[in-house]
Design a protein around this ligand. Structure first.
Ligand code: AHR
Length: 502
């Protein structure tokens, strides 16, 4: 079937914030311990961090990393993770019913960030703790010196401030599963006072308040409105979290892919709520969004995947094995994120390693790329510059929630600095090829092909495993024809495609 995509250099959405390619490292299962950190592994460095995982994180192209949770954050004492390692306490982690050894804490994690070349995004505990510990943690991290806490940091070997710029004010405080869940008024008040104190300690930081923990939470909307009523003036971002599922009542791939539109609505509805609060407050401020947890997660989500008996250290939890179908949805989701670049500035794939993750490891053994690694890495590599408004003409399919959905999902990002234009394309048709005509107006008549790749698999359930780590991986996309401003290409059924021209 035929489809077309048109962009015009003059019609852009916004500059793309590179922090859309963030990830998440939580003290959960084998994400930290026996994940990014495994002293004794043949590739481990002097801090115990695996070199192969660090290299894969660099290849993934992640720009920012959220830490130390997640649900873990709501019971975390930051003081437990600093100072001499042999004096750090072992604690019960009530988020994941595990034993936390605290052998990785603030300084070790900062060392890992420097090794990988990634910006840290820290969170403060607004579950069991509050504004006082939050301002102390910030002072410990970012104050230059001359106070008890900043000098304590210096005595721990970090003479210079850590310079952590982005801070999350708690995690999923609306969720009944959260350690010390709050009502929206309780949380909104604490978020406001915490933000106030933290900004007084360091006015250069950016702060994200917790939105709902999912679009389908019964309190979604009400939560955002009440929380922002309290803290709108004091925060820069509101968070969104979304895990893509396959409900037993409808496991079709078509419905699975329709979550792209569901999450677009989640973003647009949240913008509408934030702007209505602004209107009520007679404010011209436009709050930005941080989609700081997102991924496919529906298989390893029950029973022993969430909790194991005996308070184990680093148990195997949430170890989702991803399919080719998941990789296609991730690609489509990334196009949707790019197309909301005017309000969406940060997004963190949850998580990075072993726990619902693009990178898997075996202790003492290999590290490999899950299927979802690939669309993320391609987007993080090529999406730079301004997102152009895509005009898509494509036949579609009927969806109960959203009506007619085009088979084609697309985003286009143009980098005036390099002259490169990256085109991201998902063909959601499961059986038919798409003859696609692309018009790049105002981007120059002498375009050359820089790169063209496709990701598709005859078996949508195909996975990458330790013994077959490259079963699902990008291949060359042949047959891209360029004629002036026009490109023509044929996209395979159920395929993710990335074309870069210059
Ligand atoms: O990413 C796994 C968990 O999902 C996080 O800890 C929590 O914030 C969310 O519910």
């Amino acid at each position: 079937f035929q489809a077309s995509l048109t962009v015009d250099r003059d019609f852009d959405i916004a500059p793309l914030d590179r922090r859309l390619f963030g990830v998440f490292v939580e003290h959960l299962g084998r994400c930290v311990y026996n994940g990014i950190h495994e002293p004794g592994h043949p590739t481990a460095d002097e801090h115990g961090f695996r070199g192969d995982v660090a290299a894969l994180t660099q290849e993934l192209g992640a720009t920012i990393v959220r830490y130390p949770g997640g649900n873990f954050m709501s019971g975390y004492n930051w003081e437990d993770g600093v100072g001499p390692k042999d004096q750090r306490p072992r604690r019960l982690d009530l988020a994941w019913f595990s034993t936390e050894t605290n052998q990785v804490g603030t300084h070790e994690f900062m060392a890992w960030c420097r090794k990988v070349g990634i910006e840290p995004m820290f969170g403060v505990n607004l579950g069991t703790r509050g504004p006082d510990e939050a301002r102390h943690y910030l002072e410990y991290c970012n104050h230059p010196g001359g106070t008890a806490l900043s000098d304590l940091r210096r005595s721990h070997g970090a003479e210079e401030p850590l310079g952590v710029k982005f801070w999350c004010l708690g995690n999923e405080m609306d969720g009944p599963w959260q350690i010390c869940q709050k009502t929206p008024d309780e949380y909104g008040r604490i978020a406001k006072e915490t933000a106030k104190l933290m900004r007084w300690v360091d006015p250069t930081i950016e702060l994200a308040a917790c939105g709902s923990s999912a679009y389908d939470m019964p309190t979604y909307g009400f939560w955002e409105d009440r929380v922002l009523e309290h803290c709108f003036e004091f925060v820069d971002y509101l968070s969104l979290h979304s895990y893509f599922v396959k409900p037993p009542a409808d496991t079709s791939t078509e419905s699975f892919f329709a979550q792209i539109e569901t999450n677009a609505r989640y973003i647009e509805d949240t913008v509408a709520i934030a702007d209505s609060v602004a209107t009520r407050k007679r404010s011209s401020k436009r709050l930005m969004l941080s989609f700081d947890e997102w991924n496919v997660w529906y298989r390893a989500r029950h029973g022993e995947h969430l909790k194991q008996a005996g308070w184990p250290e680093a148990p195997r939890l949430l170890e989702e094995v991803y399919t080719a179908e998941d990789a296609l949805l991730i690609g489509g989701m990334l196009t949707m994120f790019m197309n909301h670049a005017d309000r969406l500035k940060v997004a963190c794939m949850a998580q990075l390693c072993n726990v619902i993750a693009p990178i898997m490891t075996e202790p003492g053994g290999p590290a490999w790329r899950q299927t979802i690694f690939h669309p993320f890495a391609q987007a993080a590599r090529w999406a730079r510059g301004d997102v152009l408004r895509p005009v898509v003409k494509s036949p579609g399919y009927a969806n109960a929630k959203h009506g007619e959905l085009p088979y084609l999902c697309a985003s286009v990002v143009d980098d005036a600095a390099t002259g490169q234009t990256a085109i991201f394309l998902l063909n959601r048709h499961l059986t038919d090829t798409m003859d696609l005509s692309i018009t790049l107006r105002g981007l120059g008549m002498e375009r050359q092909l820089v790169s063209a790749e496709q990701l598709q698999s005859a078996d949508l359930n195909a996975t990458n495993t330790a013994d077959a780590p490259d079963r699902v991986a990008p291949q060359a996309l042949d047959g891209v024809a360029i004629d002036g401003e026009q490109l023509r290409v044929t996209l395979k059924p159920a395929s993710w495609n990335v074309i870069v021209t210059q």
